[in-house]
Structures are given as structure tokens and as C-alpha cells.
Ligand binder design. Structure first.
Ligand code: SR1
Ligand code: MG
Length: 406
């Protein structure tokens, strides 16, 4: 579908905002506009002036890939803006600076990142980004710890959670797509057919799996652990030669930390299985993706524990109760439980990306159905194990070994 705003109207909105006019500079009539969006949900433009460029997201009142027949609140852009603001308090180096948000035209402008491209496209092209994992681990730890009860007072945390509680339409998409639709004959589901038809039938009859997924759904619905990005796949991450930036926070909500961690691990593993279908020339990329899985979790774990030791200003674990008590065993218990939960969400995300509506380019660009189905079947096998028996994996290295064996 066409964008709901023409370029002249878009420029008119932006030019009327002084901070943005300063940021872009010069005569707004000479700013350039180009639509660059490739996601499922929104239109995205890069707007350039003599002083710089911004990336402008416009949320139409529907899902971009479906058109007006699939209505979706355009207010999602307001939740994205607030999430950007809150996450930048804790991880400013990884979240582009916002310049403008407008509740009527549903526009959000953030810094355009020169030299950055969407990570998913890089993976599809066979690229490696050795700096990625350490930065992603830090982003996850800083945003999740910083918005949790370990860092915030209960009052501030409850106020924030109350704001995000009303991002109901976006959370509903996740509730349906990640935890429900693929286990039913739903019209939105798409998979490599007929090659995976039997796998899909087995999955719908798999009560053990459906119970484990429903436990995860219950956690997604009820947990208020931290302010999540909410859709942290490799299409929500920009990479450059030495940096990463996280975008697309419109699914932000208070929820279980393992949802963000698991989603990211899922997409690294999806990249790994897809790379396997390309044969020996992708061996280095495959090795890097598995090392990234390990580094993201281990880096997250170390950073989160360090933040807890040094910056625990929140109302959880009141210091007055623990004078002279070593909390380290408690931290490690907390992180062990978070690892298991993350693996469950990781598995659920892989399953829905093979069978559901939003299939990733990593798989869909594999044009031969038999090759694609073989890669997807390996992913399904690991995913089922992660969801139903996360406790079997004590370390991330055990997960990557299982991926190799899948
Ligand atoms: C209608 S949106 C489909 C999917 O795209 C987004 O990236 C989310 O992952 C969502 O599930
Ligand atoms: Mg998105």
C-alpha cells in the first residue's frame, strides 16, 4: 500500500519543529526524502538536510504488509518513543536519539545512522560482525537491569509499567503470533509446504510442547520484570563496521527479561541454520553465529551481575535486610533461572518464525524448498527441546553444541 503521507506533507510536519529544523538545517524545501522501509508494519523515510539526516517512521493505522484490511493502532509510535527515551537513560550508546514525535500524524524521527545497515540483511549476505555480541550483551543487560526493580524504586517502576500496560494492541500481536496461532490451523500461518506439513501436524498434536509454550505465554502476560524492547530480532538491529544500534521499539512493554534475550538468541540461531543451507562457504559465518550466541548470554550474565553488585538502587532485595550477607549465590540463582526462561522464549520464537506469519528472510531467501525445509527442520528440532526441556542446558555452550547436532 502507498504511504498515508506524501513527501511534501511529511516535510511540512518536520519543518515546523524547531529542534528538527536545526538538526537538518537549511531550507526545508530543499530537504530530500526517500522511503526505505522494509519491515512488516510501518513506513520509514530518510530525510536529509545540509546539517545531517534523520530517520522518520510513520505508523499508518494498519499493518503495512497487509494494508488497511488489517487495522492496527497508529499510537504504537508513542510507545516506541517512550521506550526509546527510557532505554536511552540506561544504554544511550545503543539507541538512536529521538528528535520529534507527533501524536496526530504518528511520526517519530530519530537520528539516521550513517554507515549502518539492518543486521538481518547482513546475515543473509553472509557477513560477520565480531563486535556485535559484546555490544548486544551490554545493551540487554543495561536496559533490562536499568528498568527493573533491582534498579528502580517501586513507585517509578510501577508508573512506567502502568504506561506500557496500555500497549495492548502490539502485545496482542505477540500473544497471538508467538504463543498461539502456529499451534492451530490459522489463516495467517505460512510454512514450507508440503515439505514441513507433517512437522506442522505433529506440532499441533504435541501437548507437552503446547503446555510448555502456554507457560511461557503466561509469563509474557503476567510478568512485569523489565521494560522490554519487545521484538528484538535481527531486523531491529542496525550494524556498522564497529557498532550496533537498536531500533523499532513499538512492541515495548513490561514483561519477562527472557523474552528479549530469547528472541535475540533465536534469530542468531535462525541465522546459523540458514547459513548451514549455503554449504561450506558459510562455515566461518556459522562458527561466528554460534560464538555470538555464547557471548551474548555470557556477556549479559557478567554485566547484569556487575550492575547488581554496583548499582542496585531499587526496592527489590532491600539492603537493610542483608547487611553483611553475601548476595552472590542469590544473583547466580536468579541468572540461572533467567537463562532457562530465555531458552524457552528462544525456542518459541524459532518455532513461530518457521511456521507463522512473519517468516524471516534468512529462511525465505533459500529458494530451493527442500534445502530450506531441511534447515527449518533442524531449527524446529532444537526449538522444541529448548521450549520443553530448558533445564537440560546449563550453559550457552551446551545450546550451541545442540544446534550443531540438530
Ligand atoms: C504484523 S507484524 C508481524 C511481525 O513483525 C514484527 O517484526 C513482529 O515480530 C511481528 O510479530
Ligand atoms: Mg519491527
Amino acid at each position: 500500500p502507498a504511504a498515508p503521507t506524501d513527501p511534501a506533507a511529511l516535510l511540512g510536519h518536520l519543518a515546523g519543529h524547531p529542534a528538527l529544523a536545526d538538526r537538518l538545517g537549511g531550507d526545508p524545501a530543499r530537504w530530500s526524502v526517500r522511503e526505505i522501509g522494509d519491515g512488516n508494519v510501518n513506513f520509514v523515510y530518510v530525510v536529509r538536510g545540509p546539517n545531517g539526516a534523520v530517520c522518520v517512521k510513520q505508523a499508518p493505522p494498519y499493518v503495512r504488509v497487509a494494508g488497511p484490511s488489517w487495522a492496527l493502532t497508529p499510537r504504537r509510535v508513542l510507545f516506541e518513543h517512550r521506550a526509546v527515551v527510557e532505554h536511552r537513560l540506561h544504554a544511550p550508546e545503543f539507541v538512536p536519539k529521538p528528535w520529534y514525535v507527533d501524536a496526530e500524524s504518528h511520526l517519530l524521527a530519530v537520528d539516521f545512522l550513517e554507515g549502518h545497515t539492518v543486521m538481518r540483511g547482513e546475515l543473509v549476505d553472509g557477513a560477520l560482525h565480531p563486535h556485535f555480541a559484546a555490544q548486544a550483551a551490554r545493551y540487554l543487560a543495561d536496559t533490562l537491569f536499568g528498568t527493573s526493580d533491582l534498579a528502580l524504586t517501586a513507585t517509578r517502576k510501577r508508573e512506567l509499567a502502568a504506561f506500557f500496560e496500555t500497549n495492548t494492541a502490539m502485545c496482542r500481536i505477540m500473544e497471538d503470533m508467538v504463543f498461539t496461532e502456529i499451534y492451530l490451523p490459522h489463516p495467517r500461518n505460512r510454512w514450507t509446504s508440503p515439505e514441513l506439513d507433517d512437522d506442522v501436524r505433529r506440532l499441533r498434536d504435541d501437548t507437552e510442547l503446547k503446555l510448555a509454550v502456554s507457560r511461557l505465554k503466561s509469563r509474557y502476560l503476567s510478568s512485569r520484570d523489565a521494560l522490554l524492547h519487545g521484538d528484538l530480532h535481527t531486523g531491529s538491529i542496525m550494524v556498522s563496521a564497529d557498532g550496533i544500534a537498536v531500533i523499532d521499539q513499538e512492541f515495548a512493554c513490561y514483561g519477562p527479561m527472557g523474552f528479549d534475550i530469547g528472541t535475540l538468541l533465536a534469530h542468531l540461531l535462525i541465522g546459523y541454520f540458514a547459513a548451514g543451507a549455503h554449504g561450506p562457504e558459510r562455515a566461518a559465518q556459522r562458527a561466528w553465529l554460534l560464538s555470538a550466541v555464547e557471548e551474548v548470554w555470557e556477556g549479559f550474565r557478567a554485566r547484569f551481575a556487575e550492575l547488581w553488585r554496583t548499582r542496585a538502587a531499587g526496592d527489590a532485595y532491600p539492603a537493610a535486610l542483608f547487611d553483611g550477607v553475601d548476595l552472590e549465590p542469590e544473583r547466580q540463582r536468579y541468572l540461572d533461572a533467567l537463562f532457562a526462561e530465555s531458552l524457552g522464549f528462544c525456542g518459541a520464537e524459532i518455532l513461530r518464525r518457521v511456521i507463522g506469519f512473519a517468516r524471516p528472510d534468512d529462511f525465505t531467501t533459500l529458494k530451493d524448498p527442500a534445502t530450506r525445509a531441511a534447515a527449518e527442520r533442524r531449527a524446529l528440532a532444537l526449538a522444541r527441546s529448548l521450549v520443553t526441556e530448558p533445564g537440560r542446558y546449563r550453559t550457552a555452550a551446551e545450546v550451541t553444541e545442540a544446534a550443531r547436532q540438530a
